[in-house]
Design a protein around this ligand. Structure first.
Ligand SMILES: [Mg+2]
Length: 417
């Protein structure tokens, strides 16, 4: 019997290159932050986790880590209880969202599952209840973007994307490279007519592709209502068109298009009011902020019971997160929609095999082979990306300030249009 007690937990903040992608809150900075978590057992087995890398998250993970030494990696309830004692569970302002506590739990919980799997020769998908699908489908995540970062001349292979033609070009490239079926457009940035022209150009170029648009709460209720006739029949779901549960419920009541959310149902306490008001019919789960893989399986069950559809949200991430998302999706029977991923936008990697470790076939991934999550840390890349973190000077995420480097008079507004 392996000794499954935790001997040590290490948290390494990293920064990886991120292109100048646009969203309602502004523009991505040149580096995105993540935390890499290593949970080491008494037998020397190392489980891996990956999560947010903002200063507040790193501090909370480091504060909690010593309190978990001696606990078994099977003790998810113990992790939750200990974290609740140590980490302040109240809003502390992370990206304007609640829930530092479930983020911290989720980050370590994934590494505990990985350690358990590696120590016992089992895949995480099997520990989560068993594999229900071979292929996990992902969607193309399309962004408007600048050609280069502010003050820089170097461009990336994607170039500028601000017009419908450029957007179709970006989509074509993603479909060619990864085989994605569904296309998601990040909206709430350009004037509504421009984004509708982009969406209609995508629909014309890819008539069979399920489309989605995500304005991140960037539209007023009347704007969303006015657009519904044009969106009907063109998109498979409308993601967070406007602000909050109540306002989105007004939009949902006016349309058969399902509304989806990863902004306003992001914790258990949001489920009852959202369900009561029929505000959203698709929950975009995310194990990073729902408290881990087990909590996400529970969320899926809640969705099944209440007749809600299920998709998966993503932030800028690397391969440990992608592996965890793939295991989770492969173990979730009622996953309704192709999962989001930012993975095509990232060029750095922290696992062995680099970007070749994952091969998308027709937009799908299969569960990585091997026990646990099936991925191994590349220590030289971890060191390099940690050095990036030390050198880049970014400690939190600030898309708004980054946008103002491009356009000094730009102001954040939500709703904007
Ligand atoms: Mg979203």
């Amino acid at each position: 019997m392996p000794d499954l007690r935790i001997q040590d937990i290490r948290v390494t903040p990293i920064a990886f290159y991120d292109p100048p992608l646009l969203n309602n809150a502004g523009c991505h900075e040149p580096f995105a932050l993540r935390s890499i978590i290593e949970v080491e057992t008494e037998d020397g087995v190392i489980g891996l986790g990956e999560s947010y890398g903002v200063q507040e998250m790193i501090a909370a993970l480091n504060e909690l880590a010593p309190h978990l030494v001696g606990m078994s990696v099977t003790n998810i309830s113990g992790l939750r209880a200990r974290a609740a004692q140590v980490v302040c569970g109240e809003t502390t302002g992370y990206s304007g969202q609640e829930g530092l506590l479930p983020r911290v739990i989720g980050a370590i919980e994934v590494a505990m599952w990985d350690a358990l799997g590696k120590a016992t020769g089992q895949r995480v998908v099997d520990l989560l209840g068993g594999q229900v699908r071979e292929d996990v489908p992902f969607a193309a995540y399309l962004f408007y973007k600048f050609k280069s970062h502010a003050g820089q001349t170097a461009t990336d292979p994607w170039g500028e994307v601000l017009t419908p033609e450029q957007l179709v070009g970006e989509a074509q490239k993603m479909v060619d490279q990864f085989g994605f079926r569904a296309l998601k457009l990040k909206g709430g940035i350009l004037p509504v007519e421009d984004e509708m022209a982009g969406l209609e150009a995508l629909h014309a170029a890819f008539p069979d592709a399920p489309l989605r648009i995500d304005p991140n709460g960037g539209w007023h209720v009347h704007t969303a209502l006015n657009l519904l006739p044009r969106l009907t029949g063109m998109i498979e779901y409308l993601e967070d068109p406007t602000l909050g549960i109540e306002a989105n419920a007004v939009v949902q009541a006016a349309t058969e298009i399902p509304l989806a959310t990863n902004m306003y149902v992001v914790a258990e306490k949001h489920l009852p009011p959202a369900i009561r008001q029929d505000a959203f019919r698709v929950i975009l789960s995310d194990h990073h902020y729902w408290g881990g893989l087990m909590a996400s399986r529970h969320l899926a069950r809640i969705c099944e019971i209440w007749g809600l559809s299920l998709g998966m949200h993503s932030n800028s991430h690397l391969g440990i997160s992608l592996a965890a998302m793939t295991h989770l999706a492969a173990a979730t029977p009622n996953l309704t929609y192709d999962c989001d991923t930012h993975y095509p936008w990232q060029t750095d990697e922290v696992i062995e095999g680099g970007k070749d470790a994952f091969r998308f076939e027709n937009g799908c991934l299969t569960v990585p082979e091997g026990p646990g999550l099936g991925v191994t840390l590349d220590r030289s890349e971890l060191k390099r990306l940690h050095q990036n973190y030390l050198d880049c000077g970014i400690l939190t995420r600030n898309d708004r300030a980054e946008m103002q480097k491009h356009q000094p008079d730009w102001q954040f507004a939500r709703p904007r249009y």
